[in-house]
Design a protein around this ligand. Structure first.
Ligand SMILES: C[S@@+](CC[C@H](N)C(=O)[O-])C[C@H]1O[C@@H](n2cnc3c(N)ncnc32)[C@H](O)[C@@H]1O
Length: 248
């Protein structure tokens, strides 16, 4: 098994593959001002196993197309949707930077904790063509919460994601890419710890046992532990900003 397959296997057993929770998803939806009663079209890009897709599908009458590059995540989402008798979700395997939708298809483009895979600015710019005029984007992105930060943290994010920007920097990117910012907020620490890192940590031992404590499996767990330690130490300096904006 290669590193990617191991990573997928560690994360697929969890409800979420990134920080978030149901309240956060619905808060962002409400901030768009769109009615949950209307049969709007939503694209959920980088949906993973679909924690937020399921929340949107349960609480709105939208038709949702959930997109991820890894079909195994989509298979799990399809099984969950089937179990919950939700028939407003369609899944599509593909890369977020090579989407094959018609122009101006969607009323809302959603993406939680995934746009970093192509970069915030590249993502908002590329996805805009698939939004109807006056449509909305709701996207969460790792963000600096201050202009001042410890060197150790700067070095960490320089290595992990050098494109990380401040909240105001991300808002400026929305403005200069044809959007009008509508709202933004920072997701809570609980979204990270209770809903993402703790379930992940709880799975470390079983994961290591499954792979007989192989060096590759140990490396993956050590990397995750480092990320968690950084978050515990420095969560006042960075977090996920949820950005809601309207296509002009
Ligand atoms: C941090 S996870 C977030 C998943 C989910 N939105 C959540 O919050 O639980 C990032 C997701 O992006 C997906 N992804 C990575 N590269 C991608 C790409 N090029 N195109 C589409 N999805 C991609 C991963 O498979 C993963 O499901």
């Amino acid at each position: 098994m290669d590193e990617l397959e191991l990573l997928i296997d560690l994360h697929i057993t969890n409800h979420r593959q990134g920080p978030g929770n149901d309240e956060t998803t619905m808060k962002a939806f409400e901030l768009t001002g769109l009615s949950p009663e209307n049969s709007i079209k939503i694209a959920d890009i980088g949906c993973g196993t679909g924690a937020q897709t399921i929340t949107l599908a349960k609480n709105t009458k939208a038709a949702i197309t959930a997109i991820d590059i890894y079909p195994v995540f989509l298979n799990k989402l399809n099984r969950t949707a089937h179990k919950l008798k939700l028939n407003n979700i369609n899944t599509r395997a593909g890369s977020m930077d090579q989407l094959s939708f018609d122009q101006e298809t969607f009323d809302l483009i959603w993406s939680e904790g995934a746009i970093y895979n192509m970069g915030f600015e590249a993502g908002i710019n590329y996805w805009k063509q698939f939004l109807k005029k006056g449509g909305y984007i709701a996207v969460s992105e790792i963000s600096w919460l201050s202009n001042e930060r410890p060197e150790e943290l700067t070095a960490h994010w320089q290595k992990e994601y050098p494109q990380i920007d401040t909240v105001s920097g991300n808002i400026r990117k929305l403005e200069s890419n044809g959007y009008s910012p509508v709202a933004h907020f920072i997701i809570s620490k609980d979204c990270w710890m209770e809903n993402y890192y703790k379930p992940l940590e709880n799975g470390f031992e079983a994961f290591l046992q499954k792979y007989n404590h192989s060096l590759e499996a140990q490396d993956i767990v050590e990397e995750e532990k480092k990320d968690i330690a950084i978050f515990n130490k420095y969560h006042n300096f960075y977090g996920y900003g949820f950005y809601i904006a309207k296509k002009l």
